[in-house]
Ligand binder design. Structure first.
Ligand code: KIV
Length: 258
């Protein structure tokens, strides 16, 4: 299995849709690897994996640990490290942290949230040999400042942000929580692939959080998520059966004993 390259990802625009999914560990990364182009070690792991209320308390150490695990499991996919809140506040902090990512993990690129105000940071990273994926629209790291997760519809600002990111050298852009028609306009406005999440179908690819699309996260299902498995139900049923078998003395059987 050959690893997908950044040139193949860029060349996909207009030719085929790109598939990205999050993963936080080697086990699931290995399961997803053959089917997807890119695996995002999203800072959403702070909510899904660590049970925190938002992504803001994710740390570099935590993200590096999970990225090392994902890289151990996935051999073919292009792996993107999500820079946690506070790790790219200025050019030198961002570069120091991004260099750490390349030195301590096998991640292929980093992702950071922000529009044209982040362009100087992004070009500094790119000039120093770091591949950067942008992230505009709904930015989860802004949740406290904005008082919630708000769908975006300011077309002019979003197009300007996307163009500024493209000029700064990103190889792709995640576009989150944007009205579908506006997402289509943004996708047409730039030459790099736009990967949507809650941004309709007129984009160059899609990303979903694995636990949402596999039905492991039960609290609520955002409108943009399609559930491909009832993971939580299946796990609960299986563990219920295991508990019953242990309690009844049905497990282990003779065949399952030494
Ligand atoms: O952290 C994450 O999982 C993300 C996706 C929602 C794109 O940034």
């Amino acid at each position: 299995m050959k690893k997908i390259t950044i040139s193949q990802i860029k060349a996909a625009k207009g030719n085929r849709k790109l598939v990205m999914i999050t993963a936080y560990d080697a086990l699931f990364a290995k399961l997803f690897d053959e089917q997807v182009d890119m695996i995002l070690v999203g800072d959403s792991l702070n909510m899904i994996f660590a049970g925190r209320p938002d992504t803001l308390s994710a740390t570099m150490d935590q993200m590096i640990y999970h990225t090392q695990a994902v890289c151990a499991g996935a051999k073919k996919s292009f792996i993107v490290f999500d820079m946690p809140y506070g790790s790219y506040i200025d050019k030198s902090t961002a570069l120091q942290n991004a260099i750490r990512v390349y030195k301590e993990t096998q991640a292929d690129a980093v992702k950071l949230e922000g529009g044209k105000e982040k362009a100087p940071v992004i070009s500094h990273l790119v000039q120093n040999g770091i591949a950067v994926m942008g992230h505009i629209g709904l930015m989860p790291q802004h949740v406290r400042a904005e008082g919630g997760y708000k769908v975006k519809a300011d077309e002019q600002k979003l197009v300007e942000d996307a163009k500024a990111l493209e000029a700064a050298g990103v190889f792709a852009i995640v576009l989150e929580g944007v009205k579908a028609d506006i997402a289509g306009t943004i996708t047409q406005a730039v030459s790099v692939p736009v990967i949507g999440i809650g941004a309709g179908k007129d984009v160059d690819g899609q990303v979903l959080v694995w636990s949402d699309m596999l039905g492991f996260f039960e609290d609520f299902t955002p409108k943009f998520v399609r559930r491909y498995l009832d993971g939580a139900k299946l796990v609960k049923e299986a563990v219920e059966n295991y508990a019953k078998d242990v309690q009844n003395g049905d497990f282990p059987s003779q065949k399952e004993s030494y």
